[in-house]
Design a protein around this ligand. Sequence first.
Ligand SMILES: Cc1cc2nc3c(=O)[nH]c(=O)nc-3n(C[C@H](O)[C@H](O)[C@H](O)COP(=O)(O)OP(=O)(O)OC[C@H]3O[C@@H](n4cnc5c(N)ncnc54)[C@H](O)[C@@H]3O)c2cc1C
Length: 387
Amino acid sequence: MIGFDLSEHQEQIKAEAAEFAAKYITPRAAEIDKTDESPVDIWQAMSKAPFQYTGMNIPAAYKGQPRPILDQLIIIEEITAVGKSPVSTILLQITGLGTATVVNNASEALKKKYLPVVASGQKMGAYGLTEPGTGSDAAALKCKARRDGDVYVIDGRKRYISFAHESAYIIVFAQTESTGENRGISAFIVPAATPGFRVVERVSCMGLKGHQDEELEFKACRIPAENLIGEEGKGLSYALRSLDQTRTTLNAGFIGLARACVEESVSYAKARKTFGKELYHRQSLSFPLAEVAAKIDAARLMNFKAGWLHDRGEKHTVETAKAKTLATRVMLEAVDLAVEIHGGFGCTTRHIVERYYRDARIWSFAQGTPEMMDYLISRDLFGKYDL
Ligand SMILES: Cc1cc2nc3c(=O)[nH]c(=O)nc-3n(C[C@H](O)[C@H](O)[C@H](O)COP(=O)(O)OP(=O)(O)OC[C@H]3O[C@@H](n4cnc5c(N)ncnc54)[C@H](O)[C@@H]3O)c2cc1C
């Protein structure tokens, strides 16, 4: 049975998300872009009833308020489109990226200790996979973890770790051996206050202001052996499993931003006249916009399928990759077209599409580029596909 209507409950959470965005995010969006300060106030508002978004990926046993991924997709698209601040969407994303590996693979003791901190909105959790030398080729990471009696000693660097400076802990992926099926990568929880760990630098980006490229250093950083997540050598598979989930929710953000661009473009094209006619009569502008609108609907439907599979407990790596490659490309097309339709005005800070353009350009690299998604799809098509 295939249905396309939202249930009464889904309509309600959609309306609630729009209300949250209009109250807490939209009024702050332009200011965050100017100050480049992390919107921690929005994170804290997300933790409050009736929203409780900070706990939406955390089981009730650890003080979370879990929501199915399909519900999250509806919430995230709405918050992005109405909130007009994609950096705030990254906060929603962090609720999964910074917890999924712990929820899926960590010991009871680690879950009890760390998950309630995120669920309550006290602090965030960070996901540390990318390094200065590795991004798309994550399996080649160089960060090392060496067992020394009751502790692991971690040495290495991470970069581009979202909101690490606001996090209670970092999930660190590090090599415990140099070979093995999963390349000897293991996952650890490094509490933020551990000696030997520091945020070295926060580099401002062209867009998504309020989110920075954070570089982390681990220098003889000693953590208790029980902070190993799951089993040694399985970290890479844990990392990839988490990404299947969080890429799906990220797609909803990309779709929300593309939708916001279409909305801005439609209202501008109706209001602006050239040569005595409103812009929307110009098919060189309105037909590409029609194509973008069609692709947004296609990406949303594909992504709903990925979320539906997730909620049924089925694997959805390829479905999510297909939705991500399409969602990323349509977001980039939508921002480019929005600026085109707004003309020179669209390139000034007087119009929001200028910011959307900068936001989308950087956001498109997060959690695996479209090329890496094409690789996953090719691997599925051809059975084997070496890069
Ligand atoms: C907003 C944002 C938030 C992020 N947050 C986090 C976080 O919290 N934690 C974390 O661990 N990381 C995070 N990242 C890092 C992100 O995962 C990486 O940026 C991403 O994986 C790409 O890696 P890279 O930037 O090093 O690009 P590279 O891997 O160096 O790639 C550069 C370019 O080459 C292309 N390319 C690479 N290899 C191939 C190939 N074989 N074939 C074809 N094309 C190829 C890529 O598609 C890309 O266009 C974040 C990034 C962004 C932008």
